[in-house]
Design a binder for this molecule. Structure first.
Ligand code: IFM
Length: 448
């Protein structure tokens, strides 16, 4: 396996999940967390990993792990506390942070919207796309001279699904029509922000999509149709317009049938304002969906698997690196000329420190090794993949699931804020030092 020169080996986090409050403006997520039962365990992100204060320590960890890139987000509600005017002190903070990364030889990968929009805003409103572009402009004004990689939107489908269709994330709306509309406005926001970013020379702008390959449960025609329908709903509805093909006709028909009306909120010119503006595609890959036909409206499909004895993370998600390899190869064939970057990939493994003070998360090591190998196979098959950013650098606030799921290469003791590099972090450091060659799985005592 040969990863190209300049391949970015890194890890990611987001502002709301790690920073803690520390004087930021009110966010839709602060409001959501106050709803009884909204967050498992009743927690909130007022402290999280305290990274707003401990950011120097985080940069040291990044350096110690030998990461070549770090994906983080600027807090929208920190930069624009009331949603309209940028707070220069917040921008000062991110400027110091970016400079520290650069001093450490780490390439910053900056996400603009990782879900923490200012309170009172909603993607159900078209005007939010413009507000987002003005926020993007304020951040770019400060940082575009030293940040090359910009992610506009993180996971448009998840924003629409959990935030507006199911009400499981902020702002807690549960209405299908609003969800489809909100998803469109998120994409419009990408287009508007990308235009603002492109006023700065050298910027690479893209969105990060959560892509879930959809496989049929059986070889029946009905299950194949279910898989194709689900693929349209989850993947193509975002992928196609972003990469210039406009909304896919089959999914558009599905929405018009399910909602009982035209998508009047998609105005003439909107698809042109979304497409043709992505310098790369960010891919967040966790697992696949196995689909079967279902009689129910509004979705004539359902997730049924995989069934049986497959490897799973502690959250129950199937571990399937082969699906990542095939996804990358498929995307590179369908969209030649669009560089790909793995902007998230990881799993929940709940290992805690043991008597020796270390975290022996051997399953995360195997997960990491196998997914990196899958990326390498895709590269060998010709896919233009520019980087692999593991999710996450450290355990953090996992939204409505609170602090239970642990995704980190670094363990965080939430009571004290103490960070401990897990065995997977040490393993990743060695993998990076070897240019992506997986070290043999060493005996546990060899780490640390
Ligand atoms: O923690 C999240 C992240 O914020 C968005 N993508 C999925 C991750 C794991 O659920």
């Amino acid at each position: 396996m040969s990863f190209p020169d300049g391949f970015l080996w890194g890890a990611g986090t987001s502002a709301y999940q790690i920073e803690g409050h520390h004087g930021r403006g009110e966010s839709v997520w602060d409001e959501f967390c106050r709803r009884p039962g909204a967050v498992e365990g009743g927690g909130d992100a007022s402290r999280a990993c305290d990274s707003f204060l401990r950011w120097r320590e985080d940069v040291e960890l990044i350096r110690e792990l030998g990461l070549g890139a770090y994906r983080f987000s600027t807090g929208w509600s920190r930069v624009m506390p009331e949603g309209t005017r940028a707070d220069p002190r917040a921008l000062d903070h991110y400027e110091r942070f970016v400079d520290a990364l650069l001093d450490a030889g780490v390439e910053p990968v900056l996400t603009l919207n990782h879900w923490d929009m200012p309170a009172g805003m909603s993607w159900a409103e078209r005007s939010t796309a413009h507000a987002f572009a003005s926020y993007a402009g304020a951040v770019a004004e400060r940082l575009a001279d030293r940040v090359t990689w910009w992610i506009t939107q993180n996971e448009p489908w998840i924003i629409a699904l959990l935030g507006y269709q199911l009400g499981l994330h902020a702002p807690g709306v549960a209405d299908l029509g609003t969800a489809v509309k909100a998803g469109h406005h998120v994409l419009l926001g990408h287009g508007a922000a990308a235009d603002v970013l492109h006023a700065h020379a050298g910027v690479m702008a893209g969105a990060a999509l959560s892509l879930f390959p959809c496989d049929p449960a059986t070889g029946s025609e009905a299950d194949w149709a279910a898989a194709a329908g689900s693929d349209g709903y989850v993947n193509r509805w975002y992928l196609d317009p972003l990469l210039g093909d406009g909304y896919p006709a089959d999914t558009r028909e599905h929405w018009e049938r399910a909602l009982g009306h035209d998508l009047a909120f998609v105005l003439d010119g909107d698809e042109a304002a979304i497409g043709g503006r992505s310098d790369f595609l960010g891919i967040n890959y966790y697992t696949r969906r196995v689909m079967a036909a279902a009689p129910a409206d509004p979705f004539p499909w359902r997730v049924v698997g995989p069934s049986g004895d497959v490897a799973r993370t502690d959250e129950g998600w199937e571990i399937n690196p082969g699906a990542l390899r095939d996804l990358l190869i498929g995307l590179s064939r369908r969209f030649p000329g669009t560089p790909l970057m793995i902007t998230e990939n990881g799993g929940v493994f709940g290992d805690a420190p043991t008597h020796d003070g270390r975290v022996h998360d051997t399953r995360r090591i195997a997960y990491l090794r196998d997914h990196v190998a899958a990326v390498g196979e895709a590269v060998d098959a010709g896919a233009d993949v520019r980087g692999y950013l593991h999710w996450s650098l450290m355990d953090n606030f996992e939204w409505a699931l609170g602090y239970r799921p642990r995704f980190g290469l670094v363990h965080v003791d939430y009571a004290t804020g103490v960070r401990t590099i897990k065995d997977s972090g040490h393993y990743y450091a060695r993998l990076i030092a070897g240019g992506g060659t997986a070290p043999a799985l060493p005996r546990i005592e060899a780490f640390g």
